[in-house]
Design a protein around this ligand. Structure first.
Ligand code: GLC
Ligand code: GLC
Length: 833
């Protein structure tokens, strides 16, 4: 142990006061709830999500991105080429032609130097503005609430002293609906593309002649001076979006796409007096027609619905109204939890960006980002259950639906499909089941829902098993089977069997894969009789207790007692076979060898069981919890966050699987996996360590690391799944931004563990855990229909402990506020000490 140990300790414990890298590419504008990007040359494209219902657009700070309707694979409206060079050249670009000068307000794809540039990413909208040669051009984009379209307003203004004759060209490239097929089946697709032109609208109707009942439409609110719908006419056969022939040459050609690549390009010639400006409204819509109403004439698509859509956004005032409605929608959503702490970084994370990211993960799960291609996995069982923890307070009704959808994919024995498809809501056969943490995450999700809403009626809902209605049982029965699955799948040490993997998808102890290309997730038996997980043991104790609380609440006291015995026995096993002396072990492999113990050559300590077991309260009274967290600090801490394990694995190990497939410092092999850093925050807070909890929180919170954007590279307003760990040559570099369980867990950690406003089955519990220097703060919380204005007074300067709680002047006997009547406003005063 000693040798490798000292080595690692020095490697990872670096000073936290660097400062020499301070480098930003923009700044926050909290009053407008925006991130303002001030250069198009961000280290990576920095994106935003437009849309929150059915129609979505990913949009970068240079107007790259794509749109889809509901399913990013099956209903992709516009093309996007991942992994392309140059990066990010498809999107919603407009070209400005001013004499010989051609440029884009977002810089891409022509990349002409701009005199001024700014991009404002706001909540559900983005505004990009560029200025060059005395012309200012702005594009404002958003998806209106309640409609299936992307709207874009383009404004151009002549800021020069001379009259300007300029042309504006918008350009989008259509995807032939199924993104996977579109990117591979060229022998067919080059012959199927079809469009129709009708005035200022370009209709994309590929496959509408046969089995599709939907089309896309790109429109402008005024007649263009030209258009193209064939890509090779607009760009040139060997042209590119960086140098479209039509723009650089003689203008649009009026081409009609027959097969090949259908696009929508238009041309508007404007004459602008000095100081004059013009506005054009554009849209990209998705329309479905009932089969019997598909056509308005032979081969002519029925455009009635498209015309109605265009009429809804034909004038500036309509555009403005829709934008105002969107803003009101976000006011309502974010209003459920607002804090004022005196720390502007903390406030902007809690009040704006963390909650915004939680909503995006609710909408997208792990499907479409600039790292997730939208063609891969469906909704994860464990991912979706955890995402719930971050949005249940914002949209409890949607959380309810989501819970019932997820539970319906559970098998009768309590195990679960690891993934399901959002369109069909059916479990995904390719991956199947066998991830033995999955069942317990269902308890976690339902527990969070019950604590938020008090809606115990959900437990009586009848929900199918394996999507089979004839196998329906109550949701309560589903939870029972979840709990029972774990208690019936214990290994030689009395710890839960791991199956294919637990939370760590890459710790594959029953896999033994020797062939390249085999899936680590599905190779080998779905469960071995020996490999056990200490992490699942921690989950079983934590969420098992949540289960017994629920049981007692619904009066099933005997069952609760029985469950408590099962929990106590796993807890004992965790403190014996699961305890290594100074931290919790990670697992036992298929041969019964310790994973994550000091006898291991590499991978001696892992973060996950320390976080989960301490959150579960294991070893809290007997000292192990304190020791485990001290070991995390000593061995896993780095200036950019806590790494997943140490020492990193340096070679592939058959008996451990995918985790050892990653080079040291990346992903699950000792990367800073942001998702489980907040577990340590919660764990530290559960021991009353306010300063340490906040320190860990700040280490990965985007707003606090904005000035290392050059190193971090991903967006400074959202979490990434992973930051390269101290063993990686690119230590500190973020990857896989946006779609990560980190969003939900960091919100739980900051809103509940640190600021201490935690829903329980009986009401709102107030138990802050903060640095002693934090003298007080306020939180406004909408909870079960009532609004609580909470003021926390820490003039005592403690890290935790509540001396008194008063509600509307009346002193409470504990620190749990019983739910007030819906509509009530309650003034709460918490005195720490
Ligand atoms: C990814 C998965 C998540 C898993 C984690 C660790 O983020 O979406 O389900 O827990 O990786 O492997
Ligand atoms: C890979 C990733 C892991 C993710 C999994 C999803 O194993 O490393 O993070 O959870 O794929 O299938």
């Amino acid at each position: 142990m000693e040798k490798s140990d000292t080595l690692r300790k020095t490697r990872c414990s670096q000073s936290f006061s660097e400062g020499e890298y301070a480098m930003q590419f923009g700044h926050f504008d909290d009053a407008r709830r925006e991130y303002v990007v001030t250069t198009p040359r961000t280290p990576l494209p920095w994106i935003n999500y437009l849309g929150s219902e059915s129609f979505f657009t990913l949009l970068s700070n240079t107007a790259g991105g794509y749109s889809f309707y509901r399913d990013a694979r099956l209903r992709r409206l516009t093309r996007y080429r991942y992994n392309n060079a140059p990066l990010d050249s498809e999107g919603f670009h407009i070209y400005v032609k001013d004499g010989e000068s051609v440029w884009n307000p977002g810089w891409q794809p022509v990349q002409a130097e701009l005199d001024e540039y700014v991009c404002r990413h706001g909540l559900g909208y983005t505004v990009i503005e560029g200025k060059k040669g005395g012309v200012r051009a702005q594009q404002e984009l958003f998806v209106p609430f309640g409609d299936n379209c992307l709207l874009m307003r383009v404004r151009v203004r002549n800021d020069s002293k001379e009259e300007k004759r300029i042309s504006i060209f918008p350009y989008v490239e259509f995807c032939l609906w199924d993104a996977m097929d579109d990117a591979s089946n060229f022998q067919r697709n080059y012959s199927t593309g079809e469009v129709e032109i009708d005035g200022a609208a370009i209709y994309h109707k590929t496959e509408y002649r046969e089995r599709r009942d939907h089309y896309a439409v790109f429109w402008a609110n005024r007649a263009p001076d030209g258009f193209d719908t064939a890509r090779e006419a607009f760009l040139g056969v060997y042209g590119s979006p960086a140098r479209p022939e039509a723009v650089f040459g003689q203008g649009c050609t009026g081409s009609i796409a027959h097969g090949w690549q259908p696009v929508a390009a238009q041309q508007f010639d404007l004459t602008l007096a000095p100081g004059a400006s013009e506005t054009i409204l554009f849209g990209l819509g998705y329309i479905e027609n009932p089969r019997e109403e598909k056509w308005e004439a032979p081969n002519v698509i029925n455009k009635a619905r498209a015309r109605a859509m265009m009429a809804r956004y034909a004038a500036d005032a309509q555009f403005d109204d829709a934008l105002a409605a969107l803003s009101a929608h976000w006011d309502e959503l974010l209003g459920h939890y607002q804090a004022s702490t005196g720390d502007e970084k903390l406030d902007r994370m809690v009040n704006i960006w963390n909650q915004y990211q939680c909503m995006v993960t609710f909408n997208m799960s792990r499907s479409a980002s600039y790292f997730e291609s939208g063609m891969g996995r469906g909704m994860g069982f464990r991912d979706s259950c955890q995402d719930l923890l971050g949005f249940v307070h914002i949209i409890p009704e949607r959380a309810r639906e989501r819970i019932l959808d997820i539970a319906a994919t559970q098998f009768p024995d309590g195990s679960a499909y690891h993934q399901y498809q959002p369109l069909t809501k059916k479990g995904n056969l390719d991956v199947g089941s066998g991830f033995n943490d999955d069942p317990l995450w269902l308890i976690a999700g339902v527990d969070a829902y019950l604590r938020e809403t008090g809606d115990f009626a959900i437990l009586d809902e009848r929900v199918p098993f394996d999507n089979d209605e004839t196998l329906s049982q109550t949701l309560l029965e589903h939870l029972r089977r979840s709990f029972r699955f774990t208690s019936k799948h214990l290994g030689p040490h009395g710890l839960p069997l791991i199956g294919r993997a637990d939370w760590n998808d890459c710790l594959n102890l029953n896999c033994f894969s020797e062939q390249s290309g085999e899936s680590f997730q599905t190779t080998g038996p779905s469960e071995g009789p020996v490999a056990e997980s200490v992490f699942i043991a921690g989950m079983f104790v934590k969420y098992g207790r949540a289960w017994t609380d629920i049981l007692r609440h619904v009066g099933l006291v005997d069952e609760a007692r029985m469950a408590e015995r099962a929990i106590a026995s796993v807890e004992r096993a965790t403190l014996t076979a699961g305890w290594d002396g100074a931290w919790f072990r990670r697992a036992y492999d298929a041969s019964g060898n310790v994973v994550g113990g000091c006898e291991c050559e590499e991978g001696q300590i892992f973060i996950e069981p320390q976080g989960m077991c301490v959150m579960a309260g294991i070893g809290k009274d007997t000292g192990e919890a304190e020791k485990a967290l001290a070991s995390v600090k000593e061995r896993l801490d780095t200036k950019y966050g806590i790494v997943l394990l140490q020492p990193a694995y340096t070679r592939y190990r058959l008996e451990l699987g995918e985790i050892t497939s990653y080079p040291p410092g990346y992903k699950e092999n000792a990367g800073i996996f942001c998702h489980n850093n907040p577990w340590i925050v919660c764990a530290e807070a559960s021991l009353g360590h306010g300063a340490r909890a906040f320190e860990v929180y700040c280490r990965t919170a985007p707003a606090y690391i904005e000035d290392i954007s050059e190193i971090h590279r991903t967006e400074p307003y959202v979490y990434s799944q992973m930051i390269a760990g101290c063993d990686a040559p690119t230590f500190g570099e973020g990857k896989n931004s946006w779609l990560t369980g980190t969003a939900a867990w960091t919100f739980v950690s900051v809103s509940q563990a640190i600021l201490g406003v935690t829903p329980t089955l009986d009401g709102l519990k107030l138990d802050p855990c903060v640095p002693a220097s934090a003298k007080g703060f306020t939180v406004t919380r909408l909870y079960r229909g009532a609004t609580y204005h909470i003021t926390v007074d820490n003039s005592a300067g403690v890290e935790h402990g509540v001396k008194s709680v008063t509600a509307d002047g009346k002193t409470l006997s504990g620190n749990v506020l019983p739910p007030a009547a819906p509509g009530a406003a309650v003034d709460v005063r918490v005195v720490m000490g």
